[in-house]
Design a protein around this ligand. Structure first.
Ligand code: AMP
Ligand code: GLY
Length: 427
């Protein structure tokens, strides 16, 4: 069995790691992969967004299954194109991926479905957007409509910040066409959690909860990043919240998509804000979260291939996904300067030592091989993941592993999972 994984980040490394362990023992190919995915298969010199080259490879090699990691190829319609070639591919169609590709579409669907979310209006005129701030006041959130690599959202404490975020997108075109329209959204207070579901067109299976750490620095300070670490499960998601998440978020959303003629298959990711007024959806994504995947997927004890195939075939059932009775923590090691500009090509030491610790897997993200060395090649470089019987143990093990790894300029947060301890202690 041949499987193609599209993408080259930490999420794709954990997907390759898990698929390599499948009882079907698949032959894995990653496009483009990273220095980590080489451990499990063959890296192809094809970018995740190079649709023509992906299709050309797939026509010749006929993978039995293709798993799409990132949002960009999904929003560009890679699933539709592969399906048109008679290929089996896991992920939503371009129409389904619009939930992530357009924050305006996503809001419209949520509103039609009655899914709880923050009130928002959209604008193409900076003057009209600024005038609307009279009604919202601050804090307020300004969001570019389209894909902006995690940089299109600004949480604004002051009116000046909000006006400059509006100008940045609509006048300065900081996000190109992705920022032609913006949302001005009510600020929600609370604690975030990520809930991922596997979806087969009509049915869905909710995966274990997790929590990302979006800010660059400890105590949620500094700029937003793609995610600096995660843990699973997230105790902020109490047992009694699951029926609510199922019945007021995922079910109505999928029903509304069906009404619109969209059969959603793949991963549906809800970014939730859990606050005093209950659960509200911050965003939907059309793929596994990164770094959430690195802490959720290793906790799955069942094979992944049958469940991904069941999503494609409309044959999903709860019993296809079983879980290890443990917890997982992942700490991202990033390049010096990330999420701003950073240098590449720094030699990474200590990977084998770290990976040999009990329960630890070092997932790669921005890594490459140069002259036999593993070197940095991106902003987020590694996600050092540890599984353990409880969070204390997993956190201690992840940071023990990090101490063994070094590269010039490396930075990471020291407080991954700290909120979970606060949450556990307060309950
Ligand atoms: P998004 O890409 O929409 O999830 O936004 C990125 C991050 O911005 C989220 O993970 C939150 O931390 C923050 N954020 C987005 N929308 C809101 C909101 N309405 N209220 C407060 N924080 C928000
Ligand atoms: N970790 C956030 C995301 O994957 O969008």
């Amino acid at each position: 069995m041949k499987i193609l994984v599209i993408g080259g980040g930490g999420r794709e490394d954990v997907l390759a790691w898990k698929l390599a362990r499948d009882s079907a023992r698949p032959e894995l190919f990653c496009a483009p992969g990273n220095a980590g995915t080489r451990r499990y298969g063959t890296n192809l010199d094809i970018g995740a967004e190079d649709m023509d080259a992906l299709l050309a490879w797939a026509r010749v090699h006929r993978p039995d299954l293709t798993v799409v990691g990132p949002e960009a190829p999904l929003c560009a319609g890679v699933v539709d194109q592969f399906e048109a070639e008679g290929l089996r591919v896991f992920g939503p169609s371009q129409a389904g991926a619009e939930l992530e590709g357009s924050k305006v579409f996503s809001k419209e669907v949520m509103s039609a479905a009655g899914v709880p979310t923050a009130a928002a209006e959209y604008f193409t005129s900076a003057a009209e957007a600024k005038a609307y701030l009279d009604q919202t006041g601050v804090p307020v959130v300004i969001k570019a409509e389209g894909l902006a690599a995690g940089k299109g959202v600004t949480v604004c404490e002051t009116r000046e910040q909000a006006e400059s975020a509006i100008d940045e997108s609509l006048v300065g075109r900081a996000f190109g066409d992705a920022g032609n329209r913006i949302l001005v959204e009510a600020f929600l207070d609370g604690e975030e959690a990520s809930i991922l579901a596997l979806v087969d067109g009509t049915r869905f299976v909710l995966l274990a909860s997790s929590q990302d750490h979006k800010r660059a620095l400890d105590d949620d300070q500094g700029p937003n990043t793609g995610g600096m670490g995660a843990y699973s499960p997230a105790p902020i998601i109490a047992d009694e919240m699951w029926p609510l998440i199922r019945d007021t978020v995922f079910q109505p959303l999928l029903d509304e998509l069906t009404r619109r003629g969209i059969s959603y298959k793949g991963v549906l990711y809800a970014g939730l804000m859990v606050g005093e007024s209950g659960i509200k959806v911050l965003e939907f994504n059309c793929r596994f979260g990164d770094p959430e995947a690195q802490v959720v997927i290793p906790r799955i004890s069942s094979d992944l291939v049958p469940v991904l195939n069941a999503c494609i075939d409309g044959a999903l059932s709860d019993d296809l996904v079983t879980w290890h009775d443990d917890v997982a923590v992942g700490v991202v090691m990033a390049s010096g300067g990330y999420p701003g500009s950073y240098q590449k090509g720094k030699v990474i030491e200590g990977l084998d030592d770290a990976g040999s610790l009990d329960g630890v897997v070092v997932f790669h993200a921005g890594t490459a091989v140069r002259d036999g060395d593993v070197v940095t090649s991106g902003g987020r470089v590694l996600c050092v993941t540890a599984r353990g019987r409880d969070l204390e143990q997993a956190v201690a093990q992840a940071y023990k592993a990090i101490e063994k790894i070094g590269f010039d300029g490396a930075h990471y947060r020291r407080d991954i999972a700290a909120k979970a301890f606060r949450c556990v202690r307060s309950t």
